[in-house]
Ligand binder design. Structure first.
Ligand SMILES: Cc1cc2nc3c(=O)[nH]c(=O)nc-3n(C[C@H](O)[C@H](O)[C@H](O)COP(=O)(O)OP(=O)(O)OC[C@H]3O[C@@H](n4cnc5c(N)ncnc54)[C@H](O)[C@@H]3O)c2cc1C
Length: 337
């Protein structure tokens, strides 16, 4: 799937991008959702899935993950393709004929683009180790486990002190040789998981390297041989390793979008609130990334912007065709042809 044609390309599958897919679908416009994360939901999924949100209309309280699940149900009739785990790096062309390029080499041709990019593409915090790129490319340094089975029989060093580090140490201990590197004795994981980790370490099933931090990677041509760790007082140790799993959380980066000439100021894109169009015709911005006088960075405001943008895009996708405003109660929900 290297070339994709669609009416509207939505960059960002956070709550606002998801709802934009609904609004576009209601106007019979085909869309594609693209996100750097491996899952939809943006900040709701990555940062606070279990927190209740209290200001979504008609939901006195709803957990962020449930809001995302509901949005997915709402767009299900439109069978919107999702390109997850890829960053959009390039934008070219003009209204009616825009082209996007992803870091996985795909090209997406769209008549309009909706930027629902929040505070930027989510990506892992990478440890600042010399030469790490080569080890990443060879798959010897990873930030997500795609398939547990791939790590069977390997020597795995896990770095980090949060839930991901602890959960993966426990999940891998029966099929791999696992060491956990953390700079302090206390883990920030769920208490029950931290207790299970301590018990596994006491039973000799997992090696805890505490208090150490990653210091260097050693190997040849991206193939890892040892992970060097250092304590705060400078003492170092060499840990034999095939794979380093680094779990230092996620950060957000507007990097590529900032270079698209959209007049970004202080990490936001100025839009015309009547249409949500940016200074570049055919390119619209909604949700946290968009700004104008009176903007509130709330999910509910992003939902409203999604409806405004979809209506403004309709004449680009269907030139010369009048758009008769209709309530959803009148027209129902029908998949685009
Ligand atoms: C702890 C916390 C609590 C909150 N509580 C509330 C609340 O109670 N009520 C409320 O209304 N709001 C709340 N918010 C804010 C709310 O989460 C945001 O307003 C909302 O997530 C914005 O949605 P969005 O879709 O615009 O952007 P995001 O949720 O940030 O999603 C943007 C997506 O775009 C992707 N992306 C960006 N650039 C690229 C690229 N180049 N290529 C591919 N993908 C890209 C990112 O990976 C991301 O997944 C809270 C936020 C936090 C952190």
């Amino acid at each position: 799937m290297d070339m994709i044609e669609t009416d509207v390309a939505i960059i960002g599958a956070g709550p606002v991008g998801l709802f934009a897919a609904f609004e576009c679908g209601m106007l019979r416009m085909r869309c594609v959702l693209i996100d750097a994360l491996d899952a939809v939901g943006g900040q709701c999924t990555a940062l606070y899935p279990e927190k209740p949100i209290y200001d979504i209309p008609a939901h006195p309280a709803i957990e962020a993950a449930e809001l995302v699940a509901n949005l997915e149900r709402q767009i299900a009739p439109f069978a919107v393709p999702r390109l997850l785990g890829r960053r959009v790096e390039r934008l070219a062309g003009g209204s009616g004929a825009l082209t996007l390029g992803t870091d996985r080499g795909e090209t997406i041709r769209a008549k309009a683009v909706i930027l629902a990019a929040g505070a930027g593409a989510f990506g892992p915090n990478r440890p600042p180790l010399v030469g790490i790129e080569a080890f990443e490319q060879a798959g010897c340094v990873q930030y997500y486990v795609r398939r547990r089975e791939d790590l069977r029989g390997r020597r795995v060093v896990i770095a980090g002190g949060g839930d991901s580090a602890v959960d993966w140490a426990l999940a891998l201990k029966d099929i791999a040789t696992v060491s956990v590197v953390h700079r302090r004795a206390k883990f920030r994981a769920a208490p029950d998981s931290a207790a299970r980790l301590a018990a596994a370490a006491a039973a000799g099933e997992i090696a805890l390297e505490i208090p150490y931090q990653l210091h260097a990677l050693h190997g040849t041509d991206g193939i890892l041989r040892t992970v060097e760790v250092a304590s705060l007082d400078g003492a170092t140790r060499q840990l034999p390793a095939d794979v380093l799993l680094a779990f230092y959380g996620l950060s957000m980066d507007l990097g590529p979008i900032a270079g698209w000439g959209l007049g970004m100021t202080q990490q936001h894109i100025g839009i015309d609130p009547a249409t949500c169009e940016t200074t570049q015709p055919g390119v619209f911005a909604i949700g946290d990334v968009a700004t104008y006088k009176g903007k509130l960075k709330l999910i509910l405001q992003g939902f409203s912007e999604a409806a405004i943008a979809a209506h403004a895009i309709h004449p680009i996708v269907f030139p010369g065709e009048a758009l008769h405003f209709e309530y959803s109660t009148s027209k129902g929900v029908h998949a685009a042809a």
